[in-house]
Design a protein around this ligand. Structure first.
Ligand code: URA
Length: 436
C-alpha cells in the first residue's frame, strides 16, 4: 500500500477500507509514515469526513495500537464515564464514587487538564500524597477492594492517538467529528470497560459550541462504542456556564466533598446523579432511570459515596483526613475579593473565559510541561441566574501573586454579563442518547 494513494482517495471523497485504515494506523504507531503525509490525510478527513464504518475501523485500530486493558479479573460490570471537557467539571470525583457505592466497578484512566479545561488527574494530585501512576495489579486490587480507582493514562495507552492528536493540534485538524470520536473512543475501548457513559458538553466552554454538533458527536461515539461491543450511551449537557461554583484543582476537591455530603451547587449535584445513575443503569444494576436515581441518592444519604471516595484516596496513598477537613487542602496565599460591578441578574457567565481566568491565576497549563498551582482558582459567590446588588461579593480569586489576581480579575469580569431582567435558565441536561 502507498500513503499517497490513501491520501488521494480520501481527498477525492472515497471511503477507506478496513485494510487501508489498519495499514495507516500501524504505520503511524511504528513511525514509518512521515508527519507530512499523516497531516495531509488528517486534513483530507477534516474536509471529506468519514463514514460510520471508517470511524469504527479507525477507532478499533487506534485502540489496538497499544495495551488493551483486560479487566476480566475484576468481578462485576466495569463501567467508565467520559466528559468531553469543561470548566469546573469535577463530576468524576462525585459520580464515580456514587456509582461505585451502588456496585458498579470503575477502573478509570484519566487525563490532565490542558488549555482552559481541567483534568481529573490534577484535581486528585492536589490532595497531598495521592498517587496517579499505580502499577496495574495494584490498580485492579484497589478496584476490587473499594469499587473504584482513578489513575493517569499510561504511556502505552493508544500510542497512535498520541501521535495523531499532537499533529492535529498543530495542523488545525482537531475539530473533525470522526477524528474526535475515534480519539476519545479508542482510549475508552483500550481502558477496557464493558459500559461507557459519555458526557458531551455544548456551549461556550465546550469543544462543541452548538447542540446540533454535540448531538452528532454523541451519536457517532455511541454508535462506535456499541459497534465495538460495549454498552454505550451519552448525555448532552450544558457548558455555557461553569459547572458548580469552584474552579481550580484543590478547590474542586472541596466542592466534590460538599456534593458527596449532600450539599453544594444544585445543578452540579443533579448532573452527578444523572451520570452515576446512568452508569448503574448501563451496568444492569437498575431496571430504569428512576430506580437508578433512587439508588444513587441513597449513597449520598447513607454516606457510602463519600466513604468510597475516602477509601480510594487512602488506597492511592493520600490521607483521607484531608476530606474530613477540606480547609487543610492547598489554598494559594493571595486572595482578592471581586464585588458585583453593578446591580442586577447575572445573565451569562462565559465558561471559556472563566477557565482562562483560572489559568491566569495558575490553576491550568498551556503546554503539557507547565507546572500548576493546586491551590489557585476561583470561588463564585454568585453564578448565572442569580441577583446581586452592586458591591455585594461576586467571586474570590486565589493565586500566588497580586499580578496573577489582577489578570484573572480582568478575564473574569469579561465573562460576566449583568442585566436588569431575570434571565431564563436553560436545562442542564439537554438530551439523553441510549439511556431510556
Ligand atoms: N479529546 C480527545 O481525547 N481527543 C480529541 O480529539 C478531542 C478531545
Amino acid at each position: 500500500m502507498r500513503m499517497y494513494d490513501i491520501i488521494h482517495k480520501k481527498r477525492e471523497g472515497g471511503a477507506l477500507s478496513p485494510e487501508e485504515i489498519r495499514w495507516f494506523v500501524s504505520g503511524v504507531t511504528e513511525g514509518s509514515i512521515p508527519d507530512y503525509q499523516i497531516s495531509a490525510l488528517m486534513m483530507a478527513v477534516y474536509f471529506q469526513g468519514m463514514t460510520r464504518e471508517e470511524t469504527v475501523s479507525l477507532t478499533l485500530e487506534m485502540a489496538r495500537s497499544g495495551d488493551m486493558a483486560d479487566l476480566s479479573s475484576i468481578p462485576g460490570v466495569k463501567a467508565d464515564k467520559h466528559s468531553t471537557g469543561g470548566v469546573g467539571d469535577k463530576t468524576s470525583l462525585i459520580a464515580g464514587p456514587m456509582a461505585a457505592a451502588c456496585g458498579v466497578k470503575l477502573a478509570k484512566m484519566s487525563g490532565r487538564g490542558l488549555g482552559h479545561t481541567g483534568g481529573t488527574v490534577d484535581k486528585l494530585e492536589s490532595i497531598p500524597g495521592v498517587k496517579m501512576d499505580i502499577p496495574r495489579e495494584r490498580f485492579f486490587d484497589i478496584v476490587r477492594e473499594t469499587g473504584i480507582a482513578i489513575v493517569g493514562q499510561s504511556g502505552s495507552l493508544c500510542p497512535a492517538d498520541k501521535k495523531l492528536y499532537a499533529l492535529r493540534d498543530v495542523t488545525a485538524t482537531v475539530e473533525s467529528l470522526p477524528l474526535i470520536a475515534a480519539s476519545i473512543m479508542s482510549k475508552k475501548l483500550a481502558s477496557g470497560a464493558d459500559a461507557i457513559l459519555l458526557d458531551v458538553k455544548t456551549g461556550s466552554g465546550a469543544f462543541m459550541k452548538t447542540q446540533e454538533e454535540a448531538r452528532r458527536l454523541a451519536q457517532l461515539m455511541v454508535d462506535t462504542g456499541n459497534g465495538a461491543g460495549r454498552r454505550t450511551a451519552a448525555l448532552i449537557t450544558d457548558m455555557d456556564m461553569p459547572l458548580g461554583r469552584y474552579i481550580g484543582n484543590a478547590l474542586e476537591v472541596r466542592e466534590a466533598v460538599e456534593a458527596l455530603s449532600g450539599g453544594g451547587d444544585r445543578r452540579l449535584g443533579a448532573l452527578c446523579q444523572e451520570l452515576a445513575g446512568g452508569m448503574a443503569l448501563l451496568a444492569g444494576l437498575a431496571e430504569n432511570r428512576e430506580e437508578a436515581l433512587n439508588q444513587v441518592r441513597g449513597t449520598l444519604a447513607d454516606g457510602s459515596a463519600l466513604g468510597t471516595l475516602k477509601s480510594m484516596i487512602a488506597a492511592q496513598g493520600g490521607d483521607p483526613a484531608y476530606l474530613d477537613d477540606t480547609s487543610r487542602l492547598p489554598l494559594s496565599p493571595v486572595c482578592v475579593e471581586v464585588p458585583m460591578p453593578e446591580s442586577g441578574y447575572i445573565a451569562s457567565l462565559n465558561a471559556e473565559l472563566c477557565g482562562l481566568a483560572a489559568m491566569e491565576l495558575g490553576a491550568g497549563r498551556e503546554t503539557k510541561e507547565d507546572a500548576i498551582d493546586y491551590g489557585a482558582g476561583i470561588v463564585l459567590a454568585k453564578t448565572k441566574g442569580e441577583y446581586g446588588e452592586k458591591g455585594e461579593p461576586f467571586a474570590r480569586l486565589y493565586a500566588q501573586t497580586q499580578a496573577q489576581c489582577q489578570r484573572g480579575l480582568e478575564r473574569l469580569l469579561a465573562a460576566l454579563d449583568i442585566t436588569k431582567e431575570r434571565p431564563s435558565m436553560g436545562p442542564l441536561i439537554l438530551e439523553r442518547i441510549g439511556l431510556d
